[in-house]
Ligand binder design. Sequence first.
Ligand SMILES: Cc1cc2nc3c(=O)[nH]c(=O)nc-3n(C[C@H](O)[C@H](O)[C@H](O)COP(=O)(O)O)c2cc1C
Length: 303
Amino acid sequence: MGSDLETAVGRLRLRNPTILAAGILGLTGPSLLRVWNAGAGAVVSKSVSREPSEGYPGPTVVQTPSGLLNAMGLPNPGVEDILGEFREAKKGGATVIASVFGGDGEEFASVAREVEKAKVDAVELNLSCPHLETLSIIGHDPDLVGGVVERTKEEVKIPVWAKLPGNTHIQNLVEVAKAAEAAGADALTVSNTYPAMAIDLETGKTILGHGGGGLSGPAIKPISVRLVYEVYEAVRIPVIGSGGVVTSEDAVEYLMAGASAVQIGTGIMERGLGVFEEVCSGIRSFMKERGFGKISEIIGLSH
Ligand SMILES: Cc1cc2nc3c(=O)[nH]c(=O)nc-3n(C[C@H](O)[C@H](O)[C@H](O)COP(=O)(O)O)c2cc1C
């Protein structure tokens, strides 16, 4: 640690501000370690639930001209089966954040309690998957979000990050963000994918097996930068940016909007795992050129 790119998300220190986003390469110890060894500052796992889940029927992913559309349905082996993978990633030296979800506060809290046993560094509550109806309802309701965060905070000692929905109803998003903060969230990830759809002209039906899905990639970056900016103004806890980060310029934009770190998901599909080093070296050059000594000097600069 102690590098020029080190950043802090509350009490968690990261060697650099690039984080693997939930849902990409996050199901096994070896894949989490591959991303860590490629230079990510931390890795977030695939979202896990108490019981195993098969997810939705295919197609689950479709490329559109403006971004990636997915409706995986959060397939995962269940928390018991994934703890060994988290332990392996921790053993390899990675900073690991476990993404968890459930149907209510009780379930979120119980899954968080389990992942804490694997000595992960933080837990991220997926309150925001746009194609899982229960999470979509929770993530737009300040009381429900507050309840889930509060129950989870009672259950675990590690930092709790709340991942908010891609919600352009800014007033509602800010209320949800404040509710999460008031309930004790240590950081907010802003945001998940945005509700979206693609239709096959031949069949007249939706392309994704589930119907609706979530849009990610460069198309959503300006929308999420706005959400980060607004949430940063409304809360005092750290914000983590997510949505369309592919280049170092994207990352710096999020930092200036108020993010303490950024997550990268779809960018890996465009650039491969080299994206983490590319983004970090671009941030380093930017800092050198502009005379910034620390990441913290850039965070929130646009305010
Ligand atoms: C294929 C795929 C699977 C995803 N799975 C999850 C998930 O399990 N949990 C979650 O919180 N977010 C999930 N996401 C959302 C990403 O973590 C991220 O927030 C979003 O894609 C925006 O960032 P990006 O444009 O860098 O991909 C998924 C995204 C994609 C594309």
